[in-house]
Design a binder for this molecule. Structure first.
Ligand code: GDP
Ligand code: GDP
Length: 467
């Protein structure tokens, strides 16, 4: 079974054009005169080696004026509900309009994976619209021209990045697991990014944490140990509201919402479903959280599944803290720790400097340190660096280690700005972004991480062509 993509956006951004392009239909079907009612359409689509279904929501702009917004909203929500992935389209030529933000909000709240598609990228002045679209907090825009068929390879890569290879190429087992969990769990998860507008670090707002890891790593033991240690509970019986998706709790005066993996499992009841549930469970937990604690079994660390989970957290843009659990079973802690640190840096270079804490969920050792790391990482994830400081830093970098010359011409980097937080995202304005080697971008990211003390969180960096 293939996955479904909903194409979402305000009228006129190019949804039908993209739909037709992906569905291999004739472009003649597109009509920019309002008044042509089209039903919501689903069609099989192909993009290089990816096969999927596209859902188009275009054509509702002719509804009676009074109900226009309501109808479009309902249609949009239905399409998103049905989809595994959302393409959120903007018109980079026109820039952001208030309607874009309204639709973006609906998409964000759905918690579905999303690819921000900056359409009409071939048009004059499209760069500034693209830059502006970072503000939506939907991640890095993928520039395309639906009309001219440009940018499609990047769109393909973005799909895979958003939903993972297994789903993109149709791993049936995983799809089933996800479908199953919808039935069993069926709860709403609000995306923490919805609060992105309030970018400043706010300690009074509850911090959302999830604990993930492969089966038997010690997640349940850890959650129980954390909640058992210092709890301030809301709700009835012994306080824990287990039927909701999270547990309210406090640590050192800090309000926390902890994704209740254990509660979800109890609900599954049927024992055989547990294994399957854990896959979808993990993904939901990650989407829910701001900071994800990934529990490794220190006696058998860095299994393939551990790395897949870490990778998923990074791709979802969440802050990550590693807990090496069952430390009570380690005979040579010093050597082991050095080995684990080395492996962490080597195997997870995207989050260099990630906080890794040794704990024993069973004895409760290390939990203070773990929570301190969680709070520190959360702060970094929310950090904003002023444009002034960034550019002073950039100047120094450019003097000491300028970008290489490509085909005899030196690449110029002009300036940069932080476009978003949670996680930190930067836009670098430069000549010929296409020619910029990835190694230089990595160099910038690593240096930036050090200069502004941002260890262990995913950092996004986009290149923007300056004129
Ligand atoms: P929808 O209302 O979101 O479905 O938008 P349409 O697909 O009907 O497109 C609206 C208008 O934008 C039409 O005139 C299209 O020809 C035009 N359009 C769509 N894609 C592109 C593009 O990549 N570049 C440019 N310049 N125009 C486009
Ligand atoms: P989950 O599947 O990740 O939720 O793992 P559990 O919390 O159910 O733990 C799996 C097994 O590991 C259980 O037998 C736990 O008692 C054991 N375990 C969990 N934490 C520790 C620990 O810190 N030290 C030791 N020695 N065993 C642990």
């Amino acid at each position: 079974m293939s996955f479904k993509v909903a194409i979402i956006g305000r009228p006129n951004v190019g949804k039908s054009t993209l739909f037709n392009r992906l569905a291999g239909r004739k472009l003649a079907l597109v009509d920019d005169t309002p008044g042509v009612t089209r039903d919501r359409r689903i069609h099989s689509a192909k993009l290089y080696d990816l096969n999927f279904d596209v859902i188009d929501t275009a054509g509702f702009e002719d509804a009676a004026a009074a109900t226009l917004q309501g109808r479009m909203r309902a249609q949009t929500e239905m399409a998103i509900e049905e989809a595994d992935l959302v393409f959120f389209l903007i018109d980079s030529k026109a820039g952001l309009l208030p309607d874009d933000r309204t639709f973006a909000e609906i998409v964000r709240r759905s918690g579905k994976p999303v690819v921000l598609v900056a359409n009409k990228a071939e048009a004059r002045g499209a760069q500034s619209g693209m830059l502006e679209s970072w503000e939506l907090g939907l991640g890095e825009p993928v520039p395309v021209s639906a009309e001219h068929g440009q940018g499609l390879p990047d769109l393909r890569d973005a799909i895979i990045a958003a939903i993972g290879e297994e789903r993109a190429f149709g791993d049936e087992a995983e799809e089933e697991a996800v479908a199953e969990s919808e039935v069993l769990i069926g709860e709403d998860i609000t995306d923490p990014d919805a609060d992105e507008a309030a970018a400043a670090y706010d300690e009074s707002k509850p911090m959302r944490i999830a604990v993930v890891g492969r089966p038997n790593a010690g997640k349940s033991t850890l959650i129980n140990a954390l909640i058992g240690q210092e709890r301030l509970l809301t709700g009835p019986e012994a306080g824990i509201t287990r039927d909701s998706i999270s547990v309210d709790w406090e640590w050192g005066g800090r309000k926390i919402k902890l994704f209740d993996t254990a509660g979800m499992r109890r609900k599954a009841r049927v024992q055989e479903k547990l294994e399957k549930l854990s896959v979808a469970d993990g993904l939901r937990a990650i989407r829910f959280a701001e900071v994800v604690i990934v529990v490794f079994d220190a006696t058998i660390p860095f299994e393939k599944q551990d790395l897949q989970i870490a990778d998923l957290i990074i791709r979802e843009g969440r802050a990550l803290v590693i807990a090496f659990n069952k430390w009570d079973m380690i005979d040579n802690p010093q050597e082991k720790l050095a080995e684990l640190r080395e492996m962490t840096d080597r195997l997870l270079p995207q989050v260099r400097g990630v906080q890794a804490v040794t704990i024993s969920a069973e004895t409760g050792r290390g939990l203070e340190k773990l929570m301190a790391s969680v709070i520190k990482t959360h702060q970094v994830w929310n950090r904003r660096v002023s444009t002034g400081r960034l550019n002073r830093w950039l100047e120094g970098i450019l003097t000491h280690h300028p970008p290489p010359a490509v085909a005899g011409r030196r690449l110029k980097v002009k300036y940069m700005t932080q476009a978003k937080t949670r996680p930190p995202g930067f836009v670098v304005s430069c000549s010929r972004p296409d020619a910029m080697p990835q190694s230089y971008v990595r160099y910038l990211v690593n240096n930036l991480r050090e200069a502004f003390d941002m260890p262990g969180v995913p950092i996004r960096m986009a290149l923007h062509a300056s004129d």
